[in-house]
Structures are given as C-alpha cells and as structure tokens.
Design a binder for this molecule. Sequence first.
Ligand code: SAM
Length: 376
Amino acid sequence: MDIEEGGITVSVPEARDGASEGTGGGVFFNPTQELNRDVTVATLRAYREREPRAASYLDAMAASGVRGVRAAAEGYDITCADVDADAVDLAAANLDANGLDGEAVHRDVNALLYDEGPFDVVDLDPYGTPIPFADAAFANGRNLICVTATDTAPLCGAHLQSGIRKYGAVPRNTDYHPEMGLRTLVSALVRTAARYDKAARPILSHVSRHYARTYLELESGARAADDCLEALGHVDGCEDCLWRSPTRGRIADPVDACPECGSDRVLTAGPIWLGPVADPDFARAVRREVTDDMGEAKRARKLLGTVAREIDTPTHYDQHRLYKQWGEPAIGMDEFVERLRAAGHEASRAHYRGTAVKSTASIPEMREAVLGTDAD
Ligand SMILES: C[S@@+](CC[C@H](N)C(=O)[O-])C[C@H]1O[C@@H](n2cnc3c(N)ncnc32)[C@H](O)[C@@H]1O
C-alpha cells in the first residue's frame, strides 16, 4: 500500500499489529515510528545549519527506505542499505517513485561502512540493540551518528545480564528507567567512539514509547575523546527513600548504606553518561524545523519543547511516588514544578512521562518547597 509521510509517498507492506516484520512477513515498516522519523527530518534540517558541510547520509537499515527517501527530499546525498534484498528493491523503487536521486544497496552495513565510508551522517535503526553496528558507524562516521535502540529492558536494567553483556555497564532497574536506559546507551556509544579517538556528544535525545533515540555529534581527536569520557560516572540510589547521588569519574566507589535513611537497599549503576543528553539551543532549532506536513508535528513540537526546557539531571522523580511517600494528595505537575522553582531550586518536567519531575533539590528540600514542612 502507499502511504504519505512528510510530503513524500512511499510504498510499504501492509502493517500487522502496528508493524510488519522483516522475516517471513515482507519488508519491515512500523507506522508508529513516524514521530521518530519526523524528528529525524527536523534534525537533519537543523543540522545543516550547524554543520553546512554535512552532505552524505547513510540510512544504514533502510527497510522500505522511508527514512532515506525523506532525507533525500531534504537534499542529502543518500545511501539506503539493507541485508534484505526485497527491502533494497523497495527502497530503490520508492526513491524512483519520488523522483529522487540516491543509492539503494544490498549490503551488510558493517562491511559497507568500512568499504565505502566515511559518511557524514550515519543513521542506525536496527531491530533491538544498535551495538553490533556501533564500531563500524563511529569508525566511519564523520559528523553525526543517529541511533535508535528498542531493547529497553536490557538498557534500563530489567534484563540485567543482557544489559551488562551488550552495553559493558551495569544498568539498574530503578523508577527512573527512561534516564537509566538512555544514559546506558549513550555511555556505550561514547566509549565506542573513544576507541577511534573521537568524542561523541549527544546534541538531542528522546525516549518515546518503547525506544530511545539519540543524535551524537562527533569531534575527532584523542583529547576530545578523553574529555568526553570524563562525563561518565555512576549513580548510587536508595530503593527505599529514593535518595540518589550521581558521581562523575570512571571508577565507581559505591556506598553500602543510604546516607539519608540508613537502608542497605542501595543500587549502584554505571558507567552511565552523566553529561547533557541534549543541547537546548539545538533542540529549539530542531523544533523550529518541524513543519505542518509532518503527521506527528504536534507531538514532535511538544516533545522538542519539553526536551529544550529539561534540566540536565541524570535521574528524575515520579511525583506520585513522592506524594505517596509523604502521605499527601498530589498537586498538579505545573504547580509542583513552580513551587520548586519559587524555592530557588532548578526544576522541570521530563519529556517521557507526565508525572516525571527533574530537580537538583534533594527529597527533603522538595518536600519543604512544596509542602512547606521539612521531612521528619
Ligand atoms: C527496524 S528495521 C528499519 C526500519 C527503517 N529504518 C524505518 O525507518 O522504517 C531494521 C532493518 O535492518 C535490516 N538489517 C538488519 N541487519 C542488517 C545489517 N547487518 N546490515 C544492513 N541492514 C540490516 C533489516 O533487514 C531491517 O530491514
């Protein structure tokens, strides 16, 4: 069937249960990833202003080619790659049908990157973890690496051993799992880039539905890579009172007991990325590039606006859980954030959950700020 997305028309297989599967069910297409693709296109537009030399775009896992076709329509010099021959034929036909130039190649993207790289922008959009493709992408990417990861259970510590194996980090299953997942992913990608003497800094990231997406800008040089690694660290967190303590530095020095409530239920996660996951100015620039021909324009603008305003903390608190702990009825989120700010604390909402609040205040400070009474 034909679908319209962001001003282009592409032929895609019939979707079953939201997404068509690559194996046995034809070429993969997931209509619910339109938000991801709309944000990608807006990012490619904004990135051109930031780095005018960026011209080539590798849609490394093209499937129907919808992402690459949309990038071609933006003027990028695109290559669509896939190991599925049907996908390559479909991507080529979709480029053709839209009158756009570009290549569709039947290649394993790891081999392609080493044989044909470098590419200015490399977009990894695999099934599950991107890690099998990360070395080739960072070794052969020049400016921007865009990465989707859908294996949220390993990333956020719900499947601990799998997370440790794939990401070379200890992710913990905390109640701030969107941050945990995203920062475990970025940690692994930053360490991968460092192997090639490159700094990889996230300039935009979001956690939406069941995936994390991050855009990492590259800077070549051993010193830049070293500086970037300084933003890795670990977080100690108490499962009982929700106390959390992020510490930068590569060597974890975990605590045995919570300094706030004395509980020994303290979990240490790391190395995770403790630096910024987005550049607020770039997020605003991307937001300005969202256009009304995008099917998810409304959600994309809301998401990017919240990302731009989000404060830079590696954890968040769930407002309902805080009020439960305090034994008080919850107030509205905007009012909650306002009261924290009025008391002099940095505070914001988070883009991934309506009840998530980010703040530099400790829990006793938050309680004081919003209830006007200190913790017992
Ligand atoms: C999730 S789909 C990509 C969806 C697509 N980017 C979109 O926006 O609709 C993953 C694709 O990766 C392809 N793939 C898996 N391993 C690959 C490899 N080593 N090299 C190139 N493509 C690969 C699969 O055949 C599948 O088409």
